[in-house]
Design a protein around this ligand. Structure first.
Ligand code: DQA
Length: 149
């Protein structure tokens, strides 16, 4: 059976392509999903790609990942910088979570330079747009022991 990776996206990421394209690029979330699906197929992974504007959905999905996923790619978007509940859920899921950001928060406003997730994540990838999601899937394939040969 293929390992399943949850790819979880937080608030406003449904507006990718329209939202501040000078920061987040022209790709839509559907484009990011397509990239992930292609990469996952090459790696022999199954992905479950989701987006919500609600903090509690992200918390519930991380809890679900405890039993239903081998790892998680998480772009918690604005909640990255505010949410103790999402941090707690990352810890509670006891699965490797890779934090991803399309932009590089460290080159932006000071409030984006603190993440409640980074120090409990298995890894952090930022500033590489949609490519970061693919790299996160690569890393999870390694961490979960899935071979791409
Ligand atoms: C983001 C960065 C966050 O600071 C911001 O609130 C987002 C998107 C990114 O992918 O670059 O909504 O997570």
């Amino acid at each position: 059976m293929k390992a399943t990776i949850f790819v979880l996206n937080g608030p406003n990421l449904n507006m990718l392509g329209q939202r501040e394209p000078e920061i987040y690029g022209a790709d839509t979330l559907a484009d990011v999903k397509k990239r992930c699906a292609t990469k996952a197929a090459a790696l022999g992974l199954e992905i479950d790609f989701r987006q919500s504007n609600h903090e509690g959905d992200l918390v519930s999905w991380l809890q679900e990942a405890r039993d239903a996923a081998s790892g998680v790619v998480l772009n918690a978007a604005g909640y990255t910088h505010t949410s103790v509940a999402i941090r707690d859920a990352v810890l509670a899921c006891e699965k490797p979570v890779i934090e991803v950001h399309l932009s590089n928060p460290y080159s932006r406003e000071e409030f984006r330079q603190h993440s409640f997730i980074s120090d409990v994540a298995a890894g952090v990838i930022c500033g590489l747009a949609g490519k970061g999601y693919e790299l996160a899937l690569d890393a999870l394939a390694d961490i979960c022991g899935v071979s791409d040969t």
